[in-house]
Design a protein around this ligand. Structure first.
Ligand code: S3B
Ligand code: CA
Ligand code: CA
Ligand code: CA
Ligand code: ZN
Length: 317
Protein backbone atom coordinates (compact mmCIF):
# COMPACT_ATOMS: atom_id res chain seq x y z
CA UNK A 1 0.00 0.00 0.00
CA UNK A 2 1.19 3.56 -0.60
CA UNK A 3 1.31 6.16 2.14
CA UNK A 4 3.72 8.25 4.17
CA UNK A 5 6.40 6.99 6.50
CA UNK A 6 5.29 7.79 10.04
CA UNK A 7 5.70 6.76 13.67
CA UNK A 8 2.85 5.23 15.63
CA UNK A 9 2.50 4.80 19.39
CA UNK A 10 1.79 1.31 20.65
CA UNK A 11 1.66 -0.96 23.69
CA UNK A 12 3.71 -4.16 23.78
CA UNK A 13 2.83 -7.60 25.12
CA UNK A 14 3.95 -6.64 28.64
CA UNK A 15 1.97 -3.35 28.61
CA UNK A 16 5.07 -1.26 27.88
CA UNK A 17 4.61 1.79 25.63
CA UNK A 18 6.82 2.15 22.55
CA UNK A 19 6.88 3.62 19.06
CA UNK A 20 6.96 1.75 15.76
CA UNK A 21 7.74 2.86 12.22
CA UNK A 22 4.65 2.61 10.03
CA UNK A 23 3.25 3.61 6.63
CA UNK A 24 0.11 5.72 6.99
CA UNK A 25 -2.70 6.35 4.51
CA UNK A 26 -6.47 6.91 4.58
CA UNK A 27 -7.08 3.23 5.50
CA UNK A 28 -4.92 3.44 8.62
CA UNK A 29 -1.34 2.67 9.74
CA UNK A 30 0.43 -0.40 8.33
CA UNK A 31 3.26 -2.16 10.20
CA UNK A 32 5.74 -1.35 7.47
CA UNK A 33 9.11 0.11 8.50
CA UNK A 34 10.77 1.61 5.40
CA UNK A 35 13.64 3.12 7.41
CA UNK A 36 15.64 -0.14 7.64
CA UNK A 37 17.09 -2.02 4.65
CA UNK A 38 14.41 -3.11 2.17
CA UNK A 39 11.88 -2.80 4.97
CA UNK A 40 10.41 -4.60 7.97
CA UNK A 41 6.88 -5.99 7.44
CA UNK A 42 4.67 -7.47 10.17
CA UNK A 43 1.66 -9.66 9.39
CA UNK A 44 -1.30 -11.20 11.21
CA UNK A 45 -2.11 -14.91 10.92
CA UNK A 46 -5.31 -14.31 12.93
CA UNK A 47 -4.74 -17.61 14.73
CA UNK A 48 -4.59 -19.55 11.49
CA UNK A 49 -1.50 -21.17 9.99
CA UNK A 50 -1.46 -19.44 6.58
CA UNK A 51 1.82 -17.54 6.07
CA UNK A 52 2.46 -14.69 5.91
CA UNK A 53 -1.22 -13.82 6.56
CA UNK A 54 -2.49 -10.24 6.31
CA UNK A 55 -0.26 -7.16 6.49
CA UNK A 56 -1.01 -5.54 9.85
CA UNK A 57 -3.30 -2.49 9.54
CA UNK A 58 -4.43 -0.34 12.45
CA UNK A 59 -7.37 1.84 11.45
CA UNK A 60 -7.23 4.40 14.28
CA UNK A 61 -3.42 4.80 14.30
CA UNK A 62 -3.23 3.72 17.95
CA UNK A 63 -1.62 0.29 18.45
CA UNK A 64 -2.95 -0.17 21.97
CA UNK A 65 -5.47 -3.00 21.67
CA UNK A 66 -5.05 -6.36 23.43
CA UNK A 67 -4.25 -8.08 20.14
CA UNK A 68 -1.85 -5.35 19.01
CA UNK A 69 0.92 -6.07 21.54
CA UNK A 70 2.34 -9.11 19.77
CA UNK A 71 2.54 -7.18 16.50
CA UNK A 72 3.98 -4.04 18.11
CA UNK A 73 6.79 -6.05 19.75
CA UNK A 74 7.50 -8.22 16.69
CA UNK A 75 7.91 -5.04 14.63
CA UNK A 76 9.81 -2.97 17.21
CA UNK A 77 12.22 -5.74 18.28
CA UNK A 78 12.91 -6.75 14.67
CA UNK A 79 14.00 -3.13 14.17
CA UNK A 80 16.36 -3.27 17.16
CA UNK A 81 17.81 -6.57 15.93
CA UNK A 82 18.35 -5.02 12.48
CA UNK A 83 20.09 -2.05 14.18
CA UNK A 84 22.39 -4.34 16.21
CA UNK A 85 23.71 -6.22 13.18
CA UNK A 86 24.03 -3.00 11.17
CA UNK A 87 25.69 -0.76 13.76
CA UNK A 88 27.78 -3.34 15.68
CA UNK A 89 28.79 -5.70 12.86
CA UNK A 90 28.17 -3.57 9.75
CA UNK A 91 25.75 -6.23 8.46
CA UNK A 92 22.79 -4.93 6.45
CA UNK A 93 19.90 -7.22 7.48
CA UNK A 94 20.27 -10.97 7.82
CA UNK A 95 21.65 -11.48 4.29
CA UNK A 96 24.01 -8.51 4.29
CA UNK A 97 22.04 -7.11 1.34
CA UNK A 98 19.28 -5.36 3.26
CA UNK A 99 16.79 -8.25 2.88
CA UNK A 100 13.23 -7.41 3.85
CA UNK A 101 12.36 -8.79 7.29
CA UNK A 102 8.94 -10.43 7.52
CA UNK A 103 7.24 -11.50 10.76
CA UNK A 104 3.86 -13.08 11.40
CA UNK A 105 2.16 -12.99 14.81
CA UNK A 106 -0.93 -14.75 16.21
CA UNK A 107 0.15 -17.93 14.44
CA UNK A 108 -1.87 -21.00 15.39
CA UNK A 109 -3.98 -21.45 18.51
CA UNK A 110 -2.29 -21.03 21.90
CA UNK A 111 0.88 -22.03 20.05
CA UNK A 112 3.86 -22.30 22.40
CA UNK A 113 6.52 -21.82 19.74
CA UNK A 114 8.41 -19.30 17.67
CA UNK A 115 10.43 -20.17 14.57
CA UNK A 116 12.30 -18.99 11.49
CA UNK A 117 10.43 -20.61 8.59
CA UNK A 118 13.39 -20.33 6.20
CA UNK A 119 12.03 -17.04 4.86
CA UNK A 120 10.26 -15.28 7.76
CA UNK A 121 9.80 -15.21 11.53
CA UNK A 122 6.68 -16.73 13.04
CA UNK A 123 5.31 -16.26 16.58
CA UNK A 124 2.62 -18.11 18.48
CA UNK A 125 0.49 -16.52 21.20
CA UNK A 126 1.47 -19.08 23.82
CA UNK A 127 -1.19 -20.74 25.97
CA UNK A 128 -0.87 -18.24 28.83
CA UNK A 129 0.66 -20.93 31.05
CA UNK A 130 3.91 -21.87 29.29
CA UNK A 131 4.25 -18.67 27.27
CA UNK A 132 2.83 -15.22 26.68
CA UNK A 133 2.88 -14.18 22.98
CA UNK A 134 6.45 -15.04 22.10
CA UNK A 135 7.33 -11.83 20.25
CA UNK A 136 7.08 -10.08 23.64
CA UNK A 137 10.72 -10.83 24.38
CA UNK A 138 13.62 -9.17 22.53
CA UNK A 139 15.97 -12.13 23.13
CA UNK A 140 13.45 -14.46 21.44
CA UNK A 141 13.18 -12.24 18.35
CA UNK A 142 16.94 -11.84 18.20
CA UNK A 143 17.25 -15.64 18.50
CA UNK A 144 14.89 -16.13 15.55
CA UNK A 145 16.51 -13.53 13.33
CA UNK A 146 19.95 -14.97 14.08
CA UNK A 147 18.69 -18.24 12.53
CA UNK A 148 18.34 -16.21 9.33
CA UNK A 149 21.87 -14.82 9.66
CA UNK A 150 23.17 -18.37 10.23
CA UNK A 151 21.26 -19.64 7.19
CA UNK A 152 22.75 -16.85 5.05
CA UNK A 153 26.31 -17.53 6.24
CA UNK A 154 27.46 -20.78 7.90
CA UNK A 155 24.34 -22.69 6.88
CA UNK A 156 24.71 -24.99 9.91
CA UNK A 157 22.35 -27.91 9.30
CA UNK A 158 19.69 -28.42 11.97
CA UNK A 159 20.97 -31.79 13.24
CA UNK A 160 23.40 -33.05 15.95
CA UNK A 161 26.52 -30.88 16.54
CA UNK A 162 25.87 -28.44 13.67
CA UNK A 163 22.29 -27.97 14.80
CA UNK A 164 23.32 -27.42 18.42
CA UNK A 165 25.86 -24.82 17.28
CA UNK A 166 23.13 -23.24 15.12
CA UNK A 167 20.89 -23.03 18.20
CA UNK A 168 23.76 -21.78 20.35
CA UNK A 169 24.54 -18.92 17.95
CA UNK A 170 20.89 -17.88 18.19
CA UNK A 171 20.93 -17.96 21.99
CA UNK A 172 24.27 -16.12 22.18
CA UNK A 173 23.12 -13.31 19.86
CA UNK A 174 19.79 -13.26 21.69
CA UNK A 175 21.77 -12.39 24.83
CA UNK A 176 24.13 -9.95 23.05
CA UNK A 177 21.21 -8.04 21.49
CA UNK A 178 19.33 -7.94 24.80
CA UNK A 179 22.47 -6.48 26.41
CA UNK A 180 22.62 -3.86 23.66
CA UNK A 181 19.06 -2.56 24.13
CA UNK A 182 17.47 -3.76 27.38
CA UNK A 183 17.68 -2.01 30.74
CA UNK A 184 17.53 -5.40 32.45
CA UNK A 185 19.85 -7.63 30.41
CA UNK A 186 20.72 -11.13 31.58
CA UNK A 187 22.19 -14.43 30.40
CA UNK A 188 18.83 -16.19 30.16
CA UNK A 189 16.55 -16.75 27.17
CA UNK A 190 12.84 -15.95 27.04
CA UNK A 191 12.34 -14.92 30.68
CA UNK A 192 9.98 -12.09 29.71
CA UNK A 193 7.41 -14.41 28.11
CA UNK A 194 8.11 -17.78 29.79
CA UNK A 195 5.63 -19.05 32.43
CA UNK A 196 3.97 -15.73 33.28
CA UNK A 197 2.73 -17.16 36.58
CA UNK A 198 6.21 -18.23 37.73
CA UNK A 199 8.80 -15.61 38.70
CA UNK A 200 12.52 -15.88 38.03
CA UNK A 201 12.62 -18.76 35.53
CA UNK A 202 13.44 -18.86 31.81
CA UNK A 203 13.39 -21.13 28.80
CA UNK A 204 17.19 -21.59 29.05
CA UNK A 205 20.08 -20.15 31.06
CA UNK A 206 23.48 -19.58 29.46
CA UNK A 207 24.95 -18.73 32.87
CA UNK A 208 23.94 -22.10 34.33
CA UNK A 209 22.40 -24.51 31.80
CA UNK A 210 21.98 -27.12 34.56
CA UNK A 211 19.09 -25.03 35.95
CA UNK A 212 17.04 -26.61 33.14
CA UNK A 213 18.89 -29.93 33.25
CA UNK A 214 20.97 -29.05 30.21
CA UNK A 215 24.66 -30.02 29.76
CA UNK A 216 27.42 -27.59 30.79
CA UNK A 217 30.23 -29.86 29.58
CA UNK A 218 30.90 -31.79 26.37
CA UNK A 219 31.13 -35.10 28.25
CA UNK A 220 27.50 -34.57 29.32
CA UNK A 221 26.18 -34.09 25.80
CA UNK A 222 22.95 -35.75 24.68
CA UNK A 223 23.52 -38.51 22.12
CA UNK A 224 19.93 -39.42 21.30
CA UNK A 225 17.72 -38.60 18.33
CA UNK A 226 15.12 -36.37 19.99
CA UNK A 227 15.04 -32.65 19.23
CA UNK A 228 16.95 -33.22 15.96
CA UNK A 229 19.75 -34.85 17.92
CA UNK A 230 19.53 -32.46 20.87
CA UNK A 231 19.87 -29.08 19.13
CA UNK A 232 18.17 -27.25 22.05
CA UNK A 233 20.10 -29.41 24.55
CA UNK A 234 23.72 -29.50 23.40
CA UNK A 235 23.55 -25.82 22.46
CA UNK A 236 24.11 -25.27 26.19
CA UNK A 237 27.72 -26.48 25.91
CA UNK A 238 28.86 -23.56 23.73
CA UNK A 239 26.33 -21.29 25.44
CA UNK A 240 28.22 -21.85 28.69
CA UNK A 241 31.54 -21.21 26.93
CA UNK A 242 30.21 -17.87 25.66
CA UNK A 243 29.02 -16.94 29.16
CA UNK A 244 32.46 -17.74 30.60
CA UNK A 245 34.27 -15.88 27.80
CA UNK A 246 32.31 -12.69 28.47
CA UNK A 247 32.10 -12.86 32.28
CA UNK A 248 35.00 -15.07 33.39
CA UNK A 249 34.76 -17.70 36.10
CA UNK A 250 36.01 -21.11 37.12
CA UNK A 251 34.17 -24.10 35.70
CA UNK A 252 35.17 -27.72 36.38
CA UNK A 253 38.42 -26.31 37.83
CA UNK A 254 39.26 -24.37 34.67
CA UNK A 255 39.74 -20.65 35.25
CA UNK A 256 38.60 -18.23 32.54
CA UNK A 257 39.56 -14.55 32.43
CA UNK A 258 36.48 -12.67 31.14
CA UNK A 259 36.95 -10.33 28.15
CA UNK A 260 33.58 -8.58 28.20
CA UNK A 261 30.46 -8.86 26.10
CA UNK A 262 31.51 -6.63 23.18
CA UNK A 263 34.67 -8.61 22.36
CA UNK A 264 32.71 -11.85 22.87
CA UNK A 265 30.25 -10.62 20.26
CA UNK A 266 33.03 -9.70 17.82
CA UNK A 267 34.62 -13.13 18.15
CA UNK A 268 31.38 -15.12 17.75
CA UNK A 269 30.21 -12.93 14.84
CA UNK A 270 33.49 -13.53 12.97
CA UNK A 271 33.41 -17.24 13.87
CA UNK A 272 29.82 -17.62 12.60
CA UNK A 273 30.21 -15.61 9.40
CA UNK A 274 33.78 -16.54 8.37
CA UNK A 275 34.60 -19.99 9.71
CA UNK A 276 31.55 -22.15 10.41
CA UNK A 277 30.15 -24.45 7.71
CA UNK A 278 27.00 -26.59 7.37
CA UNK A 279 28.65 -29.54 9.13
CA UNK A 280 30.84 -27.91 11.80
CA UNK A 281 31.35 -30.13 14.86
CA UNK A 282 31.94 -28.89 18.42
CA UNK A 283 35.75 -29.40 18.33
CA UNK A 284 35.84 -27.47 15.03
CA UNK A 285 33.82 -24.69 16.70
CA UNK A 286 36.60 -24.40 19.28
CA UNK A 287 39.25 -24.13 16.57
CA UNK A 288 37.18 -21.66 14.56
CA UNK A 289 36.65 -19.44 17.60
CA UNK A 290 40.37 -19.47 18.40
CA UNK A 291 41.11 -18.52 14.78
CA UNK A 292 38.57 -15.69 14.84
CA UNK A 293 40.02 -14.34 18.09
CA UNK A 294 43.53 -14.64 16.64
CA UNK A 295 42.47 -12.66 13.55
CA UNK A 296 40.96 -9.95 15.73
CA UNK A 297 43.36 -9.68 18.68
CA UNK A 298 46.57 -11.59 17.84
CA UNK A 299 47.84 -15.05 18.72
CA UNK A 300 49.39 -13.97 22.03
CA UNK A 301 46.41 -11.90 23.18
CA UNK A 302 44.43 -12.33 26.38
CA UNK A 303 41.37 -12.74 24.19
CA UNK A 304 42.81 -15.85 22.51
CA UNK A 305 43.89 -17.25 25.88
CA UNK A 306 40.39 -16.72 27.23
CA UNK A 307 38.72 -18.35 24.21
CA UNK A 308 40.89 -21.44 24.71
CA UNK A 309 40.11 -21.49 28.43
CA UNK A 310 36.37 -20.98 27.93
CA UNK A 311 36.12 -23.93 25.55
CA UNK A 312 38.48 -26.06 27.68
CA UNK A 313 36.19 -25.41 30.65
CA UNK A 314 33.32 -27.10 28.78
CA UNK A 315 35.53 -29.98 27.63
CA UNK A 316 36.50 -28.81 24.16
CA UNK A 317 40.24 -29.18 23.38
C1 S3B B 1 14.40 -18.55 22.19
C2 S3B B 1 13.45 -18.85 21.10
C3 S3B B 1 13.25 -20.33 20.89
O1 S3B B 1 13.94 -21.18 21.35
O2 S3B B 1 12.17 -20.56 20.09
C4 S3B B 1 11.79 -21.86 19.91
C5 S3B B 1 10.72 -22.38 20.70
C6 S3B B 1 10.09 -21.54 21.76
C7 S3B B 1 10.29 -23.69 20.46
C8 S3B B 1 10.89 -24.44 19.44
C9 S3B B 1 11.95 -23.93 18.68
C10 S3B B 1 12.42 -22.64 18.92
C11 S3B B 1 13.59 -22.09 18.13
O3 S3B B 1 13.49 -20.96 17.59
O4 S3B B 1 14.62 -22.79 18.10
CA1 CA C 1 -5.91 0.69 17.04
CA1 CA D 1 17.04 -12.64 28.50
CA1 CA E 1 8.27 -17.21 34.30
ZN1 ZN F 1 16.17 -21.63 17.59
Amino acid sequence: PDGIDSITNGTGVLGDRKQVNTVRNSAGSYLIDRTRGKGIFTYDAANGTELPGTLWLDVDHQLDGLLDGAAVDAHHYAGLTFDYFKTVHDRNSYDGQGAAIVSTVHYGKAYNNAFWSGSQMVYGDGDGEKFLPLSGSLDVIAHELTHAVTESTAGLIYWNDAGAINESMSDIFGVLIEHAYSETPDWQIGEDVYTPKVEGDALRSLADPTLKGLPDHYTKRYLGLEDFGGVHINSSISNKAAYLLANGGTHYNVKVEGIGIEKTGKIFYRTLTQYLTPTTKFRQLQAASVQAATDLYGADSQEVTSVKAAFAAVGLK
